[in-house]
Design a protein around this ligand. Structure first.
Ligand SMILES: [Zn+2]
Length: 311
């Protein structure tokens, strides 16, 4: 099961308590489902629980028994079962349209009838229906994205305003003849899912975010360690080169006692860090003191022109 399907399963467990909310939720389903026309209402879904809930909503909110089919309508190549709920018959459809304040005689350019979603509880129920019928949510480990897609332009504009009223900041786009309202911020998606009745899904997004932060931190740390190691190895290589040059030129033995000690320590321990070499110096010196000595050796080897090597 995808994250989206799991979230919808959770939303389908929200009790159908009050009639006002059942009507509002059915309204959201109708405006975001496949067909809400004058001749037919058709809801097609691969989600078994949603299909069952839509059937219940039609019964409870509109006293309609849809024709329920499974299979058949499946997309070519898809092995998932599709469930189709359809309501036909002019009398029934007229009733349904009138219920939501539409004049079934005219062509239906749908707007949201705000009277249906006046109460706060009904606003959430309406959006739950819209999400169940026309929504999808991306797996949180892959990114944060929740969208609602409808074929009705005005409905999408009005849902956008409704979400603004509820304190959200959605975005709009159009895709394949659908009008899409979407969110990219994880907090907004969490808040919306919680409001609609899917706190477990919201929690999964929060957890995914924490996991991502931890693994980013670990990666940053590893990259940083690696960079430091590279720097250290490069510096040691430079020092070894200078020491070898002094040996070849025969000037190694003319180094002062302290510099000679530093050169020998570096030469004999090419892989050790500055701190380790500093600890081996007799008497032990600080890291920066040893660094100074090694730099001095490089200056001698390259005739004092090595300002650039000082970094
Ligand atoms: Zn309500």
């Amino acid at each position: 099961m995808s994250f989206s399907q799991d979230a919808k399963t959770e939303l389908c467990r929200v009790p159908l308590a009050s009639r006002c909310c059942a009507e509002a939720e059915l309204y959201g389903v109708l405006l975001y489902c496949n067909t809400f026309g004058a001749e037919e209402v058709k809801i097609v879904t691969e989600h078994r629980q949603f299909a069952a809930r839509a059937e219940k909503l039609l019964k409870r909110a509109a006293d309609l028994a849809p024709v329920f089919k499974s299979g058949g309508e499946g997309a070519a190549g898809s092995d998932k079962t599709k469930f189709t709920l359809s309501v036909t018959g002019p009398e029934k459809l007229k009733r349904l349209h009138q219920k939501y304040g539409y004049d079934a005689g005219r062509s239906l350019a749908h707007h949201i009838n705000l009277a249906v979603i006046e109460e706060e509880c009904c606003k959430a129920a309406f959006l739950r229906g819209a999400l169940l019928a026309g929504g999808s949510i991306t797996e949180p480990s892959k990114g944060y994205h929740l969208e609602l897609a409808t074929s009705h332009y005005n409905v999408s504009r009005e849902v956008y305003s409704l979400l603004l009223d509820l304190g959200f900041k959605p975005r709009n786009t159009a895709r394949n003849g659908n009008y899409v309202t979407y969110f990219k911020q994880s907090e907004a998606i969490e808040d919306l899912l919680t409001l609609l009745g899917a706190p477990v899904a919201a929690m999964r997004i929060m957890n995914a975010k924490v996991e991502k932060e931890i693994s980013n931190k670990v990666n940053r740390r590893l990259n940083c360690d690696e960079a430091n190691l590279d720097k250290m190895v490069n510096a040691a290589q430079e020092q070894l080169k200078a020491i070898r040059k002094l040996e070849e030129e025969g000037s190694f033995d003319s180094l002062s006692g302290k510099l000679k000690e530093a050169a020998m320590l570096r030469r004999d321990n090419p892989d050790l860090s500055l701190a380790q070499l500093a600890a081996m110096t007799r008497p032990a010196v600080t890291k920066s003191c040893l660094n100074h000595r090694l730099r001095k050796i490089m200056e001698i080897a390259y005739g004092n022109v090595e300002e650039t090597k000082k970094q």
